[in-house]
Design a protein around this ligand. Structure first.
Ligand code: G4P
Length: 524
């Protein structure tokens, strides 16, 4: 039976985990799924990740697409909430995929290694979240190992991220003596995740808190906790929701500490699906009519059928199996006959989905990244970004007879977001652009395996690519006319300026002040 839309929306929490490699994202993901009942045994997610350590392994796995597609989004329930955890690729060469995924979440969990603090990739991902005002919950992991002083960790978050912190729990001991978490406001202790409920205590000096520690550590813990209560900021829901403050939790994903605290935090004050900005208006999650957008495409799961799964984030209304939806880019109707939900290891047909849910829609190339689906309204969601590629290559094809096939294949890959494709105005061969070098390897491998197109890549004359815009169309036209050899068109036929190096870009930008050279373009 259809759930009431408002109730369904209020229950949902759609989030991603951001972390520097090795901080414990995989371990935490697994524990979240375990406590959410989505998997039976720890080790399943991890086993998958361990296979993907090397380049060639990664590509093999990519070919066995079934696995990665299933873990792209994981749904589990805990208490009254439905959680949709969107996975992001671990390798930074696939950063653009990560950024697109972050456009589909309402909050993020930032995992920090307690000994290492804020690491470079955490910082980068945090900045993307900040651009989108995504509220962040911090999980300081690996407290069972040698960790930094707790106050120091909080200070580092505040300084490096310019983000206020509010510790909600405090670690009881650390390293070998780490034995639980103390809830500062509730005065309650949870020794480990085996305890579903916290136990109320009289204070940090109680047996159930300080008593867990060896005698010599007790006084320091009691003092630290008193200090934390005086010196640390209290939690402020509004500041958190606006992205100015992060609640901080401590734990050990490996040893099952603090994971329940974190799930409860997501449930208690993690935001429900938020309103989404479209080109002409804001769409509220509780509106009756279905709207959604595509943020990820996984193609050729079955190479014989060239099928694709488009991952769609529902923004409002109810997406029902069998319904007709309008693909706004083309104006055409499409039938959503077999939408799917994903769990840790399996997928099932989705009969109905609500704002915040992510469903997979099988299609044969109808949908591309950034597409909006509605029940008829002509609106386009903004904010699935396209980043200017940092590596540009020309594709060299051994067999000239296959030029048309190559063109089609590249077009499909570009629609999936594997590469960006640029067609030079002067008619020279296409240029592909990627953000990370590994993407070129994946492209080469897929062209060979899926399309039997052995290709090579050669350096392009250019190293920088910028989308060009101007308020006055005539200015843009003049610029294009006078730079014909350096202009190409992207998949949407939007013009880009290709520069040999930073210097020539700056030179042109100086001379053509009416032209904007953009490094980021929203799809559509
Ligand atoms: P990632 O996805 O962020 O890259 O990290 P992952 O979960 O794979 O964890 C990286 C390493 O840190 C793993 O060890 C993992 O077991 C360990 N780890 C994760 N959480 C904790 C924790 O809370 N405490 C401790 N002590 N270790 C933790 P590894 O040696 O690389 O792998 P494994 O062979 O031990 O599984």
């Amino acid at each position: 039976m259809a759930e009431d839309i408002e109730k369904a929306v209020a229950r949902r929490r759609t989030f991603a985990i951001i972390a520097h490699p090795d901080a414990g994202k995989t371990t935490l993901t697994e524990k979240l799924l375990l406590f959410g009942g989505a998997i039976q045994l720890a080790g399943e997610v991890k086993a998958k990740k361990d296979k993907i350590q090397t380049r060639s392994d990664w590509m093999k796995i990519e070919r066995e697409r079934g696995i990665s597609v299933v873990t792209s989004v994981m749904t589990f329930e805990y208490g009254d909430n439905v959680f949709n955890l969107l996975d992001t690729p671990g390798h930074e060469d696939f950063a653009d995929d990560t950024y697109r995924t972050l456009s589909a979440v309402d909050s993020a969990v930032m995992v920090i290694d307690a000994a290492k603090g804020i690491e470079p990739r955490t910082l980068k991902l945090f900045e993307v979240c900040r651009l989108r005002d995504i509220p962040i919950i911090t999980f300081v992991n690996k407290m069972d190992r040698e960790a930094r002083n707790t106050f120091e960790i909080l200070d580092e978050i505040e300084e490096k991220l310019a983000l206020d912190t509010a510790p909600i729990t405090w670690p009881i001991g650390q390293g070998k003596t780490f034995s639980g978490t103390y809830h500062l406001a509730q005065n309650a202790v949870r020794r480990g995740d085996a305890e579903a409920e916290r136990t109320a205590v009289h204070g940090p000096d109680s047996n159930r808190a300080a008593g867990l520690l060896p005698d010599n550590e007790r006084p320091a813990f009691i003092e630290e906790l008193e200090l934390a209560r005086e010196a640390c900021r209290p939690f402020d829901l509004q500041a958190f929701r606006e992205g100015h403050l992060t609640p901080v939790y401590f734990g050990s994903a490996l040893r099952n500490f603090g994971v329940r605290d974190l799930i409860e935090a997501l449930g208690d004050f993690g935001p429900a699906p938020r309103a989404q900005e479209a080109d002409t208006r804001k769409v509220e999650a509780t509106e009756e009519k279905m709207t959604s957008f595509v943020f990820k495409i996984q193609a050729n799961m079955d190479p014989n059928h060239r099928d694709r799964i488009a991952f769609v984030r529902v923004c409002s209304g109810e997406l029902k199996r069998g319904m007709k939806a309008k693909l706004v880019r083309t104006g055409k109707q499409m039938s959503l006959s077999a939408p799917q939900f994903f769990f840790a290891r399996s997928r099932i047909t989705a009969d109905e989905a609500y704002a915040g849910d992510v469903v997979g829609i099988p299609n044969h190339g109808t949908l591309r990244i950034g597409d909006t689906l509605t029940e008829g309204e002509d609106i386009l969601f903004r904010g699935v970004p396209n980043f200017a590629p940092e590596i540009l290559r020309r594709v060299r094809l051994g067999d000239a007879m296959k030029a048309k096939k190559l063109k089609e294949a590249l077009h499909q890959m570009a629609e999936e977001g594997v590469v960006q494709l640029f067609q030079p105005e002067d008619g020279s061969p296409a240029i592909v652009g990627v953000v990370g070098a590994l993407q070129i390897d994946v492209l080469k491998e897929r062209l060979s395996v899926e399309y039997t197109l052995p290709v090579d890549f050669e350096m392009a004359r250019f190293s920088i690519c910028r989308w060009i815009e101007a308020d006055d169309k005539a200015d843009l036209h003049r610029f294009i006319e006078s730079h014909r050899g350096d202009i190409a068109r992207d998949l949407d036929n939007d013009p880009v300026f290709l520069a040999q190096h930073e210097f020539s870009l700056n030179y042109e930008a100086e001379r053509w002040k009416m032209i904007r050279f953009a490094a980021i373009k929203d799809y559509q």
